[in-house]
Design a protein around this ligand. Structure first.
Ligand SMILES: Cc1cc2nc3c(=O)[nH]c(=O)nc-3n(C[C@H](O)[C@H](O)[C@H](O)COP(=O)(O)OP(=O)(O)OC[C@H]3O[C@@H](n4cnc5c(N)ncnc54)[C@H](O)[C@@H]3O)c2cc1C
Length: 536
């Protein structure tokens, strides 16, 4: 489906490559979460790699991942079971071949992480595995209790730093992909830490820029998750798919003014109870699986309870947990609760849902290739087909790991096959005579609008209203030339928000994480398919 946006700009900044600093690399990896790090390590065995990220290594969704990484690690478990759970959660539109591949490649890559120094929690030498909602077997490996993402990232970063063929540039903001007449990606324009523009020419480029949670007022995602890669790929002509599917996490700490820290669902797996403001447990009223129901069901149940009771949040009750076990098993949450004087053996933990994981993204094939030559995508930015309409918990780290490796391999084969033709590019951006809006105000208002109108439950009128307001903002923001990431991020957020509102309006049914109050049923006749968007 061709989609148009107000101010259909191809590039955000004017540039003449001849008078801009230039760097040449075989393979450029954009993003240093699990997907980008794993891709860089794979490619670096065969070619020179440049790995860039917009903040430091510590700013990524990966560093914040808590619960763990799912894979078949127990003899009592089976690939068939993990595949069946993933397909069931995917709401009928997951890609069975992709699901099978990711799940079957998982165990070996997790053992490799173990060899590379990821400090997985163990008992009697065996990696511990936990049961999580939606999984029919215990299969979620974790590191330092609820610091799994950090545990994995640290071991990958150590290895990246020890690899002489990887050149790391932190604080490098990628602004746009450079594409040629053959629709091939031949590099990027970005901003160096010093503030000057920089061209990086590359034989292959891997986008691993993560998610889009910061488009919402309430989110578990760190500051980097402003959907840059999605907008960058869109401007370059990539196909974006499933943009209506944003997964909300049911339980994030709700303390006004504090960031929305995630309270992992493993707690519910281990017996935590959700209670409303009156102290009543309510999940069984919504689903027979109670607290272990899938994320989207729990998120909607909480929202419904909040609306019915006029409350801003509900509570998670773990007063019956063994306090020592809780502190050992969930050190991050334990510390977080203590920092707000919540004594979990006596007090309830205030929680509410937040935007968590972007299921949709840049459409890729089985080799992580996009519709643009020499451009690959992996991790949360990619739409591989693994998750369908809903993501099974702990499957995203797994996807980043497996497709990171695949993207690295694919980049190497394209570099070995042929060289790109680099040539001077002169990019002009017409001056704007429209008024200037305050980017900070637009960002905040956009996040509130997305939460209100394109949130956990959706319907036609608010979606149409959101699309109209976003189009209005786009007219006044997309035509400007910014000189720093804050403005470019605002342009990227507006672009992606517009696509999400559009796709959410198009899908006139409820499936997976996408719930339409005006179309509450699943409609397989008309919508057992993906919505794909491409720039007009
Ligand atoms: C709080 C939280 C808990 C989670 N828990 C789990 C869990 O237990 N299990 C699980 O499987 N998943 C979990 N997830 C989801 C999972 O962490 C992510 O889906 C996954 O880590 C994404 O990895 P990634 O490599 O694709 O992107 P990220 O880890 O987000 O990395 C993105 C990288 O791209 C860079 N970048 C972005 N834009 C630009 C730009 N313009 N220029 C240059 N660089 C750029 C960033 O700097 C960053 O380095 C959780 C997520 C959150 C937020």
């Amino acid at each position: 489906m061709l989609a148009k946006q107000a101010e259909n700009r191809r590039y955000l900044v004017p540039v003449d490559t001849a008078s801009t600093q230039q760097l040449f690399t075989d393979c450029l990896v954009i993003g240093a979460g699990i997907a980008g790090l794993r891709a860089a390590l794979e490619a670096a065995q065969h070619c020179n790699v440049t790995l860039v990220c917009k903040g430091t290594f510590s700013d990524s969704n990966t560093q914040n991942a808590q619960g763990g990484i799912a894979s078949v690690l127990a003899e009592t478990d089976s690939f068939q079971s993990h595949i069946a759970d993933t397909l069931k959660t995917g709401g009928g539109i997951a890609d069975a071949a992709v699901v099978e591949r990711v799940i079957k490649e998982g165990p070996a890559l997790i053992r490799q992480l173990d060899e590379w120094g990821t400090d997985f929690d163990r008992t009697d030498g065996q990696i511990d595995i936990t049961l999580e909602g939606g999984h029919s077997h215990a299969r979620v490996a974790h590191s330092h209790g609820d610091s799994t993402g950090r545990g994995i990232a640290e071991s990958l970063i150590r290895r990246v730093r020890q690899t002489p063929t990887i050149n790391v540039i932190e604080n490098f903001y990628t602004i746009d992909l450079l594409t040629d007449k053959k629709n091939e990606c031949i590099g990027v324009i970005g901003q160096r830490p010093s503030g000057s523009l920089q061209i990086i020419w590359a034989g292959a480029t891997i986008l691993a820029t993560g998610g889009a949670g910061r488009l919402y007022r309430e989110t578990t995602n760190p500051e980097c998750a402003t959907a840059d890669g999605l907008a960058i790929a869109w401007r370059a002509g990539a196909v974006l798919r499933d943009m209506e599917f944003m997964q909300f996490h049911p339980t994030t700490l709700y303390i006004a003014g504090a960031s929305r820290a995630l309270v992992t669902e493993t707690l519910r797996g281990e017996g935590a109870i959700l209670r409303d403001g009156g102290g009543q447990p309510f999940m069984k009223e919504y689903d027979s699986a109670g607290e272990l129901a899938p994320r989207d069901v729990v998120s909607r149940a909480i929202l419904d309870r909040m609306l019915k009771t006029g409350a801003t949040h509900v509570y998670l009750d773990i007063r019956h947990f063994d306090k020592d076990h809780f502190q050992r098993r969930f050190p991050l949450i334990s510390e977080l609760c203590e920092s707000f004087d919540i004594d979990v053996s006596k007090d309830l933990i205030p929680v509410r849902p937040s935007a968590h994981y972007m299921i949709g993204g840049v459409k890729t094939d089985k080799d992580a290739a996009t519709h643009i030559g020499r451009l690959f995508a992996c991790g949360e930015i990619a739409s591989t087909g693994l998750h369908g309409a809903n993501r099974l918990g702990s499957n995203s780290l797994l996807e980043g790991l497996v497709f990171g490796k695949i993207a690295g391999q694919s980049a190497v084969s394209i570099i070995n096959g042929s060289k790109p033709e680099y040539h001077r590019m002169q990019i002009e951006v017409p001056p704007s005579d429209r008024s200037r809006l305050d980017a900070e105000d637009v960002r905040n208002s956009l996040r509130a609008l997305m939460w209100r109108n394109v949130g956990i439950t959706r319907q036609q009128t608010p979606l149409t209203e959101a699309a109209e307001i976003i189009t209005f903002w786009q007219r006044y923001v997309m035509d400007k030339v910014f000189t720093a990431p804050f403005g470019w991020e605002c342009q990227n957020m507006l672009t992606v928000a517009g696509l999400m509102a559009y796709a959410a309006n198009e899908r006139k049914e409820s499936r997976g994480v996408h719930y339409r109050q005006d179309h509450p049923d699943r409609d397989d006749k008309n919508f057992a398919k993906h919505i794909e968007l491409k720039r007009e």
